[in-house]
Every structure is written in structure tokens, then in C-alpha cells.
Design a protein around this ligand. Sequence first.
Ligand SMILES: Nc1ncnc2c1ncn2[C@@H]1O[C@H](COP(=O)(O)OP(=O)(O)O)[C@@H](O)[C@H]1O
Ligand SMILES: [Mg+2]
Length: 231
Amino acid sequence: MLAIRDLHLYYGASHTLRGVSLDARMGEVTCILGRNGVGKTSLLRAIFGLQPIAGGTIAWEDRDIAGLAPHLRARCGLALVPQGRDIFPRLTVLENLQTGFAPLPREKREVPEEIFSLFPVLRDMLRRRGGDLSGGQQQQLAIARALVTQPRLLILDEPTEGIQPSIIKDIERVIRYLAQRGDMAILLVEQYFDFARDLADAYAVMERGEVALAGCKADMEESAVRRYLTV
Ligand SMILES: Nc1ncnc2c1ncn2[C@@H]1O[C@H](COP(=O)(O)OP(=O)(O)O)[C@@H](O)[C@H]1O
Ligand SMILES: [Mg+2]
């Protein structure tokens, strides 16, 4: 499991994460909710090693990974689906998927067939350029690219942002399937409350760089959570 304790992060003088603690367990979806600017993306980037931290610990499978470079965290089984997707627009869909090979040993470098059963649209588009895909297709490609790395901790930053409802349903189905398979911990940042509520086994609501509210699905009080999400 992932265990974060007392994490602090600064951008210059601005204290952006203020003692964040959070767990994410195997076979569960842990949702992080919160308005724009509260530090959700910063937290995910810190977990993945893209942003240095000023204090605290990030333990993954009982090992402190806070000192590791991002590519080494990927080798430990972490994968990040970034906000905004970051598809390579001039590479084909297949080439985008192949960028996920980087952390894998040579003999494991193939795109698992399962990816195309999860996202059939990608098989039809293998030779298209990433930049020619719709936003929803790019989001599916970004998730697929992360799955190519065969992660045990899948981190998704607002996968429903700017995406049409039919594809949101597809993405929801995939995330639920991956969680139920039981060999992956999923950390999901969302502002879309219904999506988060339907998927979350555990949740944390952030406010100004801190966890303001946290718990498991059973004790999630919709009105209390929504209060933190409305502007
Ligand atoms: N690279 C950066 N440099 C300076 N400030 C940043 C940087 N990235 C984010 N911030 C600031 O940190 C705060 C948290 O941002 P972010 O983690 O992106 O929040 P969220 O994902 O919850 O919208 C915001 O005030 C944002 O403007
Ligand atoms: Mg963000």
C-alpha cells in the first residue's frame, strides 16, 4: 500500500502542501477531492517524484520512495495519468503506448491484449496521430499508456475533465474493473463528485494544502463533502 505521512511542499515561499497524510490500499480506489488550487496535482506530482518535497515520508510497499527519481518510482510500479493527459500529439497511438515500455525489462515490452479489450477504440486508431484523437480518446490513451507499464499503483489526475459523458462511463467501468482485479491500488483525483462517489472505497477532501476530511465509502457524508467542492 501507499502511505504518505506529514508531507510538505513549497513553491518558493508558498507553502502548498501542509502536512498531508493519506493511504491508498491494493484493490481499492482512493479518491482525492477538492476545489481548484488546493494542491491535488502537487500532491500527485510529489508522489511520482516530479516535485521535490520539503518534509514527510512517502512509503510504497513498505519502502520509502521519497528520494527516488520518477523513472525509478515507475520501476517500483507507480504510474501517473497526468492532468491534461500529455499525449504526444505527433506520435501515433501505438507509439504513445510504447512510451510506456520505459520502466519494463526488455522481455515484457509488449502492449497487453487486455488494453484493447478495455479500450477497443484504441485498436482501431493505432496508426493515427495522438493529436488527431478527441479529448476523450486521448484520455483513454493516457490511461492505456499508464497500464502498459503494468503498474501496481495507478494515479489519475482528473480523468473526466472536459470529457463527454459516454466516455466518462467507459472510464468509470475500466477503473472499477482494475480495482476489483485486486492487484492495483488506485489513487484518483476528481472534482466531479458523482464519479468520485460511485468509485471511491476511501476518500480524502483537500482544502488549502491540507486534508480537511477523510474516511471510507460508508461514512462519506455527501453534504459535508460537497461543501468543500462548491465555490
Ligand atoms: N509549478 C508551480 N509553481 C508555482 N506555483 C504552483 C505551481 N504549480 C501549482 N502552483 C500553485 O500551487 C497551488 C496548488 O496547485 P495544484 O496542485 O495544481 O492544485 P489543484 O490540482 O488542486 O488544482 C495553486 O495555488 C497553484 O497556483
Ligand atoms: Mg490539478
